[in-house]
Design a protein around this ligand. Sequence first.
Ligand code: PRP
Ligand code: URA
Length: 232
Amino acid sequence: MTSSTFSNKPVTTTKIVVLQQHPVVAHALSFIRDKDTTSAVFRTAMKQVGNVLLSRASEQIPLVPVTIQTPICETTAYQRDPNIPILVVPILRAGLVWADLSLEWLPEAHLYHLGLARNEETLQPISYYNKLPKTTTSKSFDYPPAHAFVIDPMLATGGSAIAAIEALKQRGVLEANITFICLIASPEGLKIVQDAFPALSIVAAAVDDCLNENGYIVPGLGDAGDRVFGTL
Ligand code: PRP
Ligand code: URA
């Protein structure tokens, strides 16, 4: 494609993209789901899927034309707009698995950690750490419209995703500029999140069958945080 025909329009207008047909994703998922996979192999497979998810999610970021000089001639190229802040919000703990990878894809991004843990009885998220700026006057949000990527491998009941997205919206990030990146979503949680945020984009590796009575995704992978960090 030449620079004159370059288009940064999204490939699809669908707000959810599921990438389980991608051969790299399918292969990695087979190791990620297997209960006998070690944490070392689990993290490697998560990185492989994370690359595919981040590649797709980053298609949302607007570009601006720049004039550059190749060794041969002047030409037009495209870069991310330096005036548009990019926020990456990993939900602790499991979201940390893609934090460094996100910065490899988007080195200029601001990384804001958000610690949420599910109460295993009520299944409600409890916030225990929040490094998001307190107000919309924070420097990083001064230049609308910021783009935000919330990263968390699991979207189960949807409670943690909703808490994170609401926290970003309260700080002035537009819903349409937020992308939730996950590995596995449940159909139940997905519906709740999509109903709550119709303009949100979601990029997922798989949508599984259902939630079980303990709020775990079936077939799923078990507890993502424990599997990433070997704390089973
Ligand atoms: C997991 C997962 C999500 C959350 C999803 O975290 O990483 O954050 O559960 O569940 P939900 O959609 O029902 O809210 P968990 O609370 O187990 O914490 P951890 O990452 O520290 O293990
Ligand atoms: N959190 C997880 O880590 N796994 C699930 O299946 C549900 C919530």
